[in-house]
Design a protein around this ligand. Sequence first.
Ligand SMILES: [Zn+2]
Length: 325
Amino acid sequence: MIGVGVDIGGTFVKLFVMNEHGEIFRKEKIETDYSKGANGFIAQIGDFINSIQKEFPGQRVAVAVGAPGDVDNQRGILRYNPNLKFKDVADWPLADMLKKHTGITPCVANDATLAAWGVYEADLKRQGTNVLVVTLGTGVGGGMIINKELYQGSNGTAGEIGHTKIADLASGPLCGCGARGCLEAFVGTIGIKRRVMEAIAAHPQSELAKLVSAQKDFKIETVSRAAEKGCAAALKVWEDTGYYLGIGIANFTLVLDMDTVVLTGGVSGAAKFFMPALKRVLENQQIKTPFKRLKILVSQNPNIGGVGAAMYAIYRAQQEHVLCK
Ligand SMILES: [Zn+2]
């Protein structure tokens, strides 16, 4: 069995070809081509899948597509996506379009959801029964494994943890989604940058201020470099990040009672700076039981979206499921 994982992003599409033993045969990263519209874009992905069918004759090829945004996993439709700039599509029947091109009905799901499966299979080796994967980057997303199965919810939108609220809806910081008080507005890179700028204004002589002013574009790694040098302003930015993330994770734990949380994405690289504050929030909960044995792990694999899609394609095909139901 061959699994093709397609991880669609606004800038790049990552393609992974694997077998059921986790061997990677091909990985490609192509620029998201807007010039030929949605149909041309799908044709490009379809051509790649067809080339894999030719390359592995006689083998079953299963396909899963991770798409950013609001995905109808039951019907393989990308309902809404703010990052893909194709103008000719509203409800985008990704599964049907790819099937026409390749003869294969792909599983289509939210990208963070399939990345969560990648973490579960590739990193955790399916250890753990109830797992929450939190992706920390510009956006804050998530995916859940419940009773060892990927949980996608009633509409395919489960795991939108970045837009759960941890502050006042009227006065909290503004999130990219347009609302106020979202977790993402605190611990996504834009929220972290906001606190960095506040810290620099309050401490213009700090190492953080020096390092940030010396660079052209703001990079989140700079906050860690300053923290590494013992800069109190930078350490405070990470401490606050851990505190807010802790509030979010405590909320999810009270609802889900999971055994493992895995932090992934670029911001998770700073875990050593924000983890103590995060854990303090969990330790200070009134209801203790769900937090006692909760494991918080960090996993950084930039390819986990594509790997997760390929592995989930194989997993679903082995169970004779079509689409991503
Ligand atoms: Zn939001």
